[in-house]
Ligand binder design. Sequence first.
Ligand SMILES: C[S@@+](CC[C@H](N)C(=O)[O-])C[C@H]1O[C@@H](n2cnc3c(N)ncnc32)[C@H](O)[C@@H]1O
Length: 903
Amino acid sequence: MGKTQKKTGKGRLDKYYKLAKEQGYRARSAFKLIQLNKKYSFLEGARCCIDLCAAPGGWLQVASKYMPVNSVIVGVDLVPIKPIPRVVTFAADITTPHCRNLIRGELKDWKADVVLHDGAPNVGTAWVQDAYSQSELVLMSMKLAVEFLLKGGTFVTKVFRSADYNNLIWVFKQLFGKVEATKPPSSRNVSAEIFVVCRNFLAPKHIDPKFFDPKHVFKDLSANAPIEDISKQAAAQAQVNVFQPEKKRRKRDGYADGDYILYKEAGAADFIKGDDPVGFLGTMNKITFKTEEEKKWLTMEMTTEDVEADCEDLKVLGKGDFKALMRWRTSLREELGLEVKTKDTEELTETVEVTDEAIDPEQEIEEELARLNAEAAARTKRDRRRANEAKQRTIQRMQLQMTAPLDIGLEQQDQSLRLGQDDVFDLEDTKRGLKKKHALEQLLDGEADGDSCEDEEDASNDDDEVLDEEEERERKLRTLEQDLDGLYESYQERMRERDAKYRVKEARRKDKSREEWGGIKRGGSDEENESDYEEGGWDTVQAVKARIDESSDSDLSDEDEDEIPAKVAPSSKKRRAEEVIDLTKGAKKARTNATAIQNGTMDAKLSRSAEAWFNQGLFKSAGIDNIEFNNEDEGLDEAEEDDIDMRDASGSEPETPEVRGPFCTVYSVINNKPQIESDDHDDFEIVPLAEEEGDIDMWDVEDEDEDKINQEKIRQHGLTTAEAVSLATQLVNREKTRTDLINDGFNRYSLNSKDDLPSWFLDDESKHYKANIPVTKEAIDALKAKMRALDARPIKKVAEAKARKKMKAAQKLEKAMRKAEGVNETSDMTEREKAKQIEKLMARGMSTKKKQKEIKVVVAKGAHKGLKGRPKGVKGRYVMVDSRMKKEMRAQKRRDKASKKRK
Ligand SMILES: C[S@@+](CC[C@H](N)C(=O)[O-])C[C@H]1O[C@@H](n2cnc3c(N)ncnc32)[C@H](O)[C@@H]1O
């Protein structure tokens, strides 16, 4: 019972239902159109679309989303549709001329590029009748479509697979160039619906009206096969229904013709005494107890309340209920003497086909041997793989100093026990257990119908299954993960398509993630191999692990250890030299900006030691381009400052460009990249890499030059996060040393295995699973001050306008001065006149007042009366006024003048 209800109840609330809710579509059917459009792309280029049978409006929402902005969308349905932006809707029956007129009125002489039809008549009558009216509705919608469709247009319709299906397709093919039937993934499998996409409307001049006449297009249902044939067909169908009640709704191949009545009742006697109880249960809705004999059966012991309830409505029964009814029938028949017990058992077991062919015993032994061999091989393979995995894990832990050699034994013990490493709660195992138990119960019950036979087979195969269960589980997990990955990708894709904000966020996140821990950094690399050396600690460890495996579990040989640094060393120098140049620039900036807080607000907050640091000559001496920082935590070595110039005159690189300074370290820490250093000298300790690049998992580093980019960013904007500022301050104040920071870089967040983890999970982790770098109050205050300073700055346009004004004033002044010089040099003027003239010129040059252009007032009288356009003889700007206005203006001027004088 339960199963059937699920399909109609919560079972219907599938992922598309949830997606529709999530994305604001009114109906899950919206996804059908989305998927159809994805396949055939008919909406993107359409300028006019008619949706027939559009309520509640899911398809209209999709059309409005995917069609160009100015397109016309019209929706019609029997029931009114809630308004949708830029969609016109009507409530009308699509089979009526009224509906046609409404659409015509809306479209005027426009033609539609797409006509959609997802109509479904109101169900309730027999299915065959429903199918018929559905097909009829399709025909009607096609009639409307061809009337409004543009040549080359598309008609999308829903049809049900019934006897009329082929006829409909034939008609479509007469009118459209391409006709394809498809079932989008969002259409439930249990539904017989299919979508036909008819493209390239041929727009023939004359269309035979018979194409739209259901009588001609479809078969006459009344002229069907005789009733006995129909009932036989129904009975055959019913067999399937009884043993697989959950499948009884599958009607994709169409229903038996002529089976008009949906609700059927029959007496219990027909069931008990009839020859075909299974067919009976499949076709009937109810078993009645009307006759005296039947009523007597009701009082019998075997007719339990459950049986009675089951008889009430056969359509809602599950497999178990049908079995119960069959058992009831058998026992009643025994009671009535219609059947003897042995025969009954026979009957029940007759569905079990035992194909007991004579098997050669030798062949049997060989087969058994082969099976056992295969079993043993599989087991050995599995054990070996597990042992390898455990070994790799141990080595990795040892490398990270997480495991003492003593632990190894413990782990191996765990491995041998295996139990401890399995999931405590494994659904699959539980299921299998239940399955076995069920099979056992069935055997004890002695049930022997088709299904129990299946179960028995299952039980007998269980031993074999145990062998493959591990693989099976892994396979399932893989499939599940792939599915999830796929879904996640499509989710991201959708988000990207829909949401510009999301794209920006993603881009920002990627930017940010670049600043996060990128693994153990190598000192440098060859140009061409640079990207390989960008890899992180985990990959490096992985690579080492791979090598260890290759050299059959032995530690790295001395040879290997020597070999790799030798390979890397020359390029590392070059790389470091490049960093020096970048860093020195960073340091120069830092000098002026004090720990890269460019506005200097941080200065006040810095401790004395920090001040001392920034007061060093290094920061004060202007024009220093190349500064070498000492690699020691103690700060700059005076002696080494003399060796500041890293490049000789020819620009060639220095031999030993050993440069690491606090800013470099801060930068590394901001990037969360610990750099492994040896204690005794300044060079990096190179963590050996595997030779085979293919073995190395790449980090998600998108830009090979990310270090440079980040350094550039810091140079331009300073340290922008509170974490970075805190670390920089701590470093400068000697509260932390580089070694501390490097050690901090190895945290529980940085070296997790990323093996086989799905991308959606990694994405999520990269957002949230990271170390919390402590921030100080001072750092936050400094950043706030920086932001305040930024806020206080005028906006670009204002600044530009001011600058323009300033420039113009300067130009004016310059011009005045030039003129004044000219006046000064003239000989035909007295000194007094010259001085006066120069004073005048300079006053004009200094004045910021704009000379207002004169506007001529023209009175609209005489020749100018009623004149349109420029009056004759008037040049420049003018304004037409009537004489009154002119007088008033003159009076105003007089008054102004008088009041000025009085002042
Ligand atoms: C499956 S729904 C359509 C869902 C719609 N495509 C959506 O996405 O929201 C079928 C619709 O067909 C409508 N319908 C059935 N017969 C109709 C007719 N003769 N004229 C207009 N609409 C009809 C029903 O009212 C029902 O709303």
